[in-house]
Structure formats: C-alpha cells, structure tokens
Design a protein around this ligand. Structure first.
Ligand code: SF4
Length: 303
C-alpha cells in the first residue's frame, strides 16, 4: 500500500518518526516534494482565504499527493506535552482538507497525543492496523520510530560568521526554503549565522516560560518565547528575527510577550503570507543586517 505523507506543517519535526513507523509496518511511502509554486498555488486555491499560510501550503501538499497514494497520513495533532496543546488549527486540519479538496484517498487521521506512552501506543495500534493486524510488529515499529526520532536533530547553529541572530518561529516557516525565500542563505550571505530554538537548552526555555504570569498553554508558544528570552539574556546572538505567519493567533501573542523582554536588544518580525514580495523582504533583512553591523562595529561600508 502506498501511504502519502504531506511535506507540510510538522513534517520537518516528525518525519523521521512517521516514515520509520510506516516503513517498519510495511508501507511504501510517497512524500510530496519540497514546497514549490505549483503546491502553493494549489493550496491557495483549495484553502479558505483567511487561513494562515502554513495551512494553505499543507493543502497544496495534500492536493499533490491525492492521486499518487492509496491512503494519506494526516494525523490530528492534539498535544505533545501534558496539559499543553498544539494550535487548534491542527485539530481542524482534517476537516479542512477533507471538505476543501475533492476526491481524497482514505485519510489516516487517528488523533495523536504523545503526552503519555499508552496514548502513543493507542495511536500506533490504530494507525498500524491499516496495514497489519500483527500488534507485535506495530509495537516494534513504534519503538524503532521513537529511537530514530530521538537520534535525529533539526535546527541550525551556525559558527564562523561575524554576526549571529536567533531565528525564532514555527518549524514549517523556518525549514521551508520556498516559503521563507531561503532566508538562511540570505542571512549567511550577509555574514550572519543563525541559531534556532532547538539549540537552546530545553530546561532554560521551560524556566523562562515558567516565569510568565500566565504560561501559554500552547507548547510551541512556550518554546518560542523561552528561546527568545534565553537568547536576549545570555546574548547568545546579536539580535532576533521572528518569522511569523500572517493571521497566526499564537504568533500575535508570542511576539508581544517577547517584545516586553527585548529592551534595546535588536528584534525584527518578518511576516509571511502568499503575497509577501521578495524585494521588500530583502530590504528589511539588509536594513536589519546593517543595523546589527553598526551596533557591533563591524565593517565601514553600510551600503
Ligand atoms: S500556529 Fe499559527 S501558523 Fe501554525 S497552524 Fe496555527 S495559526 Fe497557522
């Protein structure tokens, strides 16, 4: 059986887990290609106008896969930590794609809540039963998937650049080169290295988030806020760029929380949507780079 895996939303964080699990239970995997103009256009065509860009891109990946697989893995993400949640858009993503995109194959949409081992096992048994009735095989696949996931690492921590910035934001914005117009390459080309939240100590992130009067109940909001504050306090970087999705409710809260801690620490928000023009994007990045160089006394030519 060919199982489609859309390269959107949390793919960059969990693809090793998902692909290992599916392969171990005997699936042949079809992954949609890296986001491109065709995928974005399909997503914009099918998705509702006021959804965030990552949700539109996800629609595009689902659309690309729909005639190329027998079933598609579209898990309903609910939570990855106890008493915390993922953006509600994830819970509704199944209804969105199944109502917006015609003629989809069977969707494997078992809710996934990895806050406790037994919940993850329930997900594995239900998902795995699409391909095999052998529960031992399913549990062995789950173990292997968790092991490989634990050994995999995403994130950037560039060394050797005269300047460094913390790049904060959703993984699906940071690791999608098409959507962010290869921001990393642009920054590296301006002599700026990047550090992302994966390279900030998890305990320090939790500590900073825990100091808030009211901790956000979204896991990723805590991660972005905590990582940004750690960077500001430890001066691990010379500035922060927050890569935000237009119309994202979580970003609108996190950005304000971070701003309340920045003081005079350089901080810039770059918003992405399907209309973001590259020229304006470049101008803002170059202006931020010039400002950082001036502050740090690097280079005389600020052209
Ligand atoms: S967190 Fe924001 S960008 Fe991500 S799916 Fe939710 S609304 Fe969209």
């Amino acid at each position: 059986m060919n199982i489609g895996v859309p390269r959107g939303l949390l793919y960059s964080k969990y693809h090793v887990f998902a692909e290992t699990f599916l392969e171990e239970i005997g699936a042949k995997i079809v992954v949609s290609p890296a986001t491109n103009k065709l995928i974005l256009d399909e997503g914009v065509r099918y998705c509702v106008d006021d959804a965030c860009l990552p949700m539109k891109v996800f629609h595009g990946h689902v659309s690309w896969l729909k005639d190329r697989c027998d079933a598609m893995l579209v898990p309903r993400f609910i939570g990855i930590k106890e008493k915390e949640y993922i953006c509600p858009m994830f819970c509704g993503s199944i209804e969105m794609v199944s109502n917006n995109i015609p003629q989809l194959p069977c969707l494997i949409d078992t809710p996934i809540c990895s806050t406790q081992n037994y919940k993850l096992s329930q997900w594995a048994k239900k998902t795995g039963s699409v391909l095999t009735k052998d529960e031992n095989k399913i549990m062995a696949a789950l173990d292997k998937a968790l092991q490989r996931h634990g050994n995999s690492k995403t994130g950037f921590n560039d060394e050797g650049y005269p300047l460094k910035i913390g790049l904060i934001g959703h993984a699906y914005n940071i690791y999608d080169k098409f959507i962010n117009m290869d921001l990393k390459k642009k920054l590296n080309g301006l002599g700026i290295g990047i550090i992302t939240s994966e390279y900030i100590n998890g305990a320090d992130i939790a500590d900073e988030a825990g100091k808030l009067f009211k901790k956000p109940f979204w896991t990723f909001a805590q991660e972005y806020y905590g990582a940004a504050v750690c960077i500001i306090k430890t001066k691990k970087a010379d500035g922060i760029i927050y890569l935000s999705s237009f119309s994202c409710g979580i970003d609108s809260v996190v950005i304000e929380l971070i701003k309340s801690e920045t003081g005079d620490f350089p901080f810039m928000v770059l918003k992405l949507d399907e209309h973001t023009g590259e020229a304006g994007f470049d101008t803002r990045i170059e202006a931020f780079a010039d400002m950082l160089k001036r502050r740090c006394g690097i280079g005389h030519n600020l052209s």
